[in-house]
Write a protein that binds this ligand. Sequence first.
Ligand code: NAP
Length: 496
Amino acid sequence: MQSRQQRHVGSEDFPVVIVGAGFAGIGMAIRLKQEGIQSFKIFEAGSEVGGTWRDNTYPGCACDVPSHMYSYSFELWPEWPQSYSRQPDILRYLKHCVERYGLEEHIQLNTRVIDFQFEEDTGLWHVTTEAGDKHEARAVVAGLGPLNKPSFPNIPGRDTFQGPSFHSSEWKHDVELAGQRVAVIGTGASAIQIVPAIAPKVKHLNVFQRTPPWVVPRHSKIYPSWFKAMFRNMPPLQRLFRWFLYAFLELRAFGFVVTPKVMELASRLGQRNARKAIKDPELLRKVTPNYTMGCKRVLVSDDYFPALARDNVSVTDTGIQEIRENSILCNDGTEHPVDVLIYATGFNVYDILGPITVTGRDKKDLRTTWEDGQSSYYGIHAAGFPNFFLLVGPNTGLGHHSLVFMMEVQMNHIVRCIQHMRKHQLKWLDVTESAQDAFVRRTQERMQKTVWIQGGCQSWYLDDKGRNFSLWPGFTMEYWLQLRHFQPLHFETQTL
Ligand code: NAP
C-alpha cells in the first residue's frame, strides 16, 4: 500500500494547484497537459476566465504588443483581426485556448484561494479557499497577475465626490458619459486608450496629468481576410512572422537596458508624434516629457494626441489639491466642474499576493520575507517555499517585449522542475539561499545601468526604496538562455 506522500509523486498523480485563469494560469495548464500531467486544478476568483483581459473592459481597451507575439507559441492564432488586437479579441483567444485544450473540467470559478501552508514532513501544500474548502497539492503555481489590484490616489476629499466614479479596470458601463463633464485622472497606458475612445461623446473631457508620458505611433493595421487565410493555410509562414516580430521587439531592449542614450534618438519619434497632432504651443509644452524615454512605460497610440487637440478636451497639469462634491480643485486655485470621475491611476504592482497568505518551511511567511525587497530566483522561486512557483513574479516584467514570452519560459522551467521531482521521487525542491542571492545581486547590479534607474523619473516600476523588483533588466533571449536547463545545484531537495 502506498503512503500518502508516495501517492502524490506517482507518474499519474502529481496534484498541482494553479491559481488564476488568466494568460499565465491557462498557459501553465496547457503545458502540464502537453507533458501528460492531468492532475491539476485551476482556482479562479472571478466568474469567468481571462484575468486582466476579462477585468479591463474600458472603452478602447487593447494590447500595445503585436498580437502575433502576444499569444502562446504553442497556440498560434491566424484569426487575429488586427496587428494590435482589442480586449474582446484577446479574451476570445483565451476562451478558445480553454476549449481547445479541454481545460473547463479543471477550472473552478468563483473560488478565491486565501491560504497556502507547506507541510515539510509530507512535502505537500495545504490550500484553503475563502469558502473554507481545503485541498492538497504537491506543487502550486501562482499565476496571480501583477496588474489586478487597482490603485486609487491618496487625494483629500476623494470620498466626498457625489457623481459616479470608478477605476479604469472596474468600468461602469451603465454610467452614461454622453453630454457629461468627465475627468480622467492619470495619463498611463490605460488612460491614453480611454481618452480617444470617450472624447467624441462627452460634453467636456478634462485629463488630469501628473507626468506626461512618451507616446510613439502605433500604426495598427486591420488584417484583410487573405492575410488571415494565408496564416490559416500556411502555419510556417505565421511562425516566421512571429520570429520577425520577436527579433524586432527584442532589438528595442538596447535602449532600455544597454545604453539609454539610444532613447534620445527614439524620443524624436515621440516628439514628432505630438507635433503632428498638436498645434497649440502651450498644449505641446504640457505633453512633452522632461525625462528619458523608457523610464516609464513607452506608450503606443495614434489617436491620443489628436484627442487632446479636440476643442472639448483639456489637459490640466497644475496638480490636484482636493476632490470636492462636484469638482476638482487644483493647486493653482482653479476649480474644475466634474460630473463623472474616472481613475486611470494604475495598480498596486508590489502587492503580488493580495490577501493570500503563503507559509513555507519553518513557518516562514512570504509577505514578511518580501518586506525588505522581493527577492526571488528568476521571479519563479522564493527560497523557503518549496514547490511553490510564481508566474510573472518579481523582476520578470518587460518594457520592450511580450510578457507572454517570459511566461512561457517560466512555464517550461516549472515543467522541468516537476519532471525532475517525478524522476527522482522528490518530496520537495527548494531554491537555495545562495542561488537566490546571486540572482538578486546580478539583477540589481545590472539594473543600475538601465533607463529605469538612469532615466530621471518616478515610476511604478520602483518600490518605496527606489529599487526595481518589477522588470527584467536584460534581453528576453538571456532570460530564456539562463533558464534553458534545470540547474540541480541551485536547489535543495528532499526525497520521499
Ligand atoms: P499607470 O501606467 O500606472 O498609470 C497611472 C497614471 O495615473 C499615471 O499617469 C500616474 O501619474 C497617474 N497617477 C497616479 N496617481 C496619481 C495622483 N495621485 N494624481 C495624479 N495622477 C496620478 O497605470 P495604467 O495606465 O493602468 O497602466 C498600468 C500598466 O498596465 C501599464 O504600464 C501596462 O503594463 C499595463 N497596461 C497595458 C496595456 C497594453 O496595451 N498592453 C494597456 C493598459 C495597461 P505619474 O506618471 O505621475 O505617476
